[in-house]
Design a protein. Structure first.
Length: 139
């Protein structure tokens, strides 16, 4: 069995946002040369997420609105975490809901998705560089 590792870096200009990273992950898979196995895609920061869903703008707007209702950014004083001087207590909770990572089967050198599935990077405390780990294992 072989493995291949690469980091993707993001710096979103807004506090929150979603980026389709499917093509970047497919490129890493191609670089790996692995034809059968698994692809792990993992947000390496505690206020960011990786998830799989449909690439539809209305859905992304719904996610943003829903997450803001679940864990509103303001008032920042509502979060004990922010007593440390941070203002991102909400971002930690949003990440928990959206998830840390995804695993996708690799079949015949391609990501083995269901209909409409795409991989997304979710940012909940942006305006700084963060990384996503892509780890491909297989043969």
């Amino acid at each position: 069995m072989r493995s291949y590792r690469k980091e993707l870096w993001f710096n979103l200009p807004a506090r929150r946002g979603f980026v389709n990273i499917t093509q970047e992950v497919e490129q890493v898979l191609t670089e790996s040369g692995i034809r059968e196995g698994l692809a792990l895609v993992n947000a390496m920061h505690i206020t960011a997420s990786v998830f799989i869903n449909d690439d539809e703008s209305g859905l992304h707007e719904d996610y943003d609105a829903w997450l803001e209702r679940l864990a509103p950014h303001e008032p920042v004083s509502q979060y004990r975490h922010n007593r440390t001087g941070e203002d991102n207590g909400d971002a930690h909770l949003k990440r928990q809901v959206m998830g840390r990572e995804v695993v996708v089967a690799v079949t015949e050198g391609r990501l083995d998705f269901g209909p409409w599935e795409q991989i997304f990077y979710g940012e909940f405390d942006g305006r700084r560089r963060k990384r996503v780990l892509v780890k491909i294992i297989g043969e």
